[in-house]
Design a protein around this ligand. Sequence first.
Ligand code: GLU
Length: 293
Amino acid sequence: MNDLPANSKPVTRFAPSPNGPLHLGHAYAAIMAHDRAARDSGRFLLRIEDIDGARSRADLADEFRADLTWLGLSFEEVPAQSTRIDSYREAANNLRAMGLLYPCRCTRAEVAAAATLHGPDGPIYPGTCLRNPPLGQSRGGPDPVWRLDVEQAAELCGPLTWFDENRGPQSARPAMLGDVVIWRRDAPASYHLAATLDDAEDGVSVVTRGADLFAATHIHRLLQVLLGLPEPRWHHHGLLAGPDGRKLAKRRDAPSLADRRRAGEDGRALADALRATRFDTGISLDEGLNLAP
Ligand code: GLU
């Protein structure tokens, strides 16, 4: 088990992507991370994950800061992902130099058609371009994405474990998501690479985030070992769901925190209502919690 060093003050973070306004689910995630740090006099960081230039909206970061303040959460902001591309590129080049990345030009539709396995995030890449590089690379067209050869990487690292404060000790199963993309043609670094590097760079010692990212942690643990990064702990918390039982989504479920803030609602009271609900396992409904504006 990965113990925090004695007397160490935890560092947690809230890492929203500015591609839509924050909703109740984000408020819950931010409160969980904030309170986990506050409980042991630690630090709570805000990191804007604006790596996806095509989908990121510059105006939203200010809204996010105002939302957190409205909820009564004080935070320290660390540099946004868009300022860190060079370090992502360097890390991707290191993985490539280790022979662990391979180029892939398959389209989403091709992956979906060829996949025989499905993971929590959709079809598992069947390794077409790994097994058949000439075909994959001779087609020309757009730049390839670069995928991690997970089997080879896992072999190199040997058995790995990680610790979730909510669910206990875990054996890493990095193959769960297949050969994930590490370097994209548009973004450019993948979420997996950027978040793993940033958490290390920002000194995050307890990665507090929603249970929907539980599977991603298996690959993040592998990346940490490959890149020589320290091992944090994780706390994956339950997710707020809408009345349809599905995870709250930015576009589907109005109103946003910003709407509620502008309507004059008491953000601290809302935060306390969310604190009174403990969703540590699975998805929970927000019905009956009287959180409607
Ligand atoms: N940026 C991610 C999101 O908005 C969060 C990633 C994380 O907490 O690791 O869903």
